[in-house]
Design a protein around this ligand. Structure first.
Ligand SMILES: [Zn+2]
Ligand SMILES: [Zn+2]
Length: 191
């Protein structure tokens, strides 16, 4: 799976995920309060959350992500001053990606922004972790759901994340300029 297309709902923002492999990424469904609060900022029909309040997120390295069109529509929301940098397309309010910092080789791509024909599992591989189940809207039957962010998540991600950190795959990033500053000033929800 070499390449996945990124696109907002209206198509103004487009991008690519290069060199994708389910073995060098972690697919996580997060039920945390922050992800649910963030989803609440978007129109109700956005389909960000599943029926359990989970966000389907593919985690990989910023160096794999390029925005090819519509950078001027990119906006950033942080729930608090220290919150994740959560990127979305302003044109049609599509959440795109979450980043931790300019120096961390990690980005979580929101499933809404991935252009995939057919079932997500066939392209992305199965969900690796269901986390933050303590905030889920309902119990997810038949799945192992961790109450918080488990050590297993780190152990399961270290095989790609550690080499990515060593190789400096935090850049280039569409979400941070070469000086480490975000290309647009983040808006802070609760200042
Ligand atoms: Zn759009
Ligand atoms: Zn979350």
């Amino acid at each position: 799976m070499p390449e996945i297309k990124l696109q907002c709902r209206c198509g103004k923002v487009r991008g690519l995920v290069s060199d994708f492999s389910p073995h060098r990424s972690t697919r996580t469904i997060c039920h945390c309060d922050d992800c649910q609060t963030y989803a609440g900022q978007f129109p109700e029909d956005s389909g960000i959350l599943d029926e359990f309040g989970g966000s389907d997120i593919v985690q990989l390295t910023p160096a794999q992500v390029t925005i090819t069109q519509g950078m001027d529509q990119l906006r950033c929301l942080r729930l608090t001053r220290k919150g994740l940098y959560r990127w979305y397309a302003d044109c049609c309010k599509t959440p795109i990606a979450n980043t931790v910092s300019s120096k961390f080789a990690f980005v979580g791509l929101m499933h809404n922004a991935l252009t995939i024909n057919g079932p997500l599992d066939a392209c992305l591989g199965p969900v690796n972790f269901y986390i933050q189940g303590k905030s889920a809207k309902a119990q997810r039957p038949g799945q192992k759901v961790y109450a918080g962010l488990p050590a297993a998540w780190f152990l399961g991600s270290v095989s790609w994340l550690l080499p990515a950190i060593i190789k400096g795959k935090h850049k280039p990033s569409p979400f941070f300029n070469s000086d480490g500053k975000p290309p647009v000033k983040p808006e802070i929800l609760q200042a």
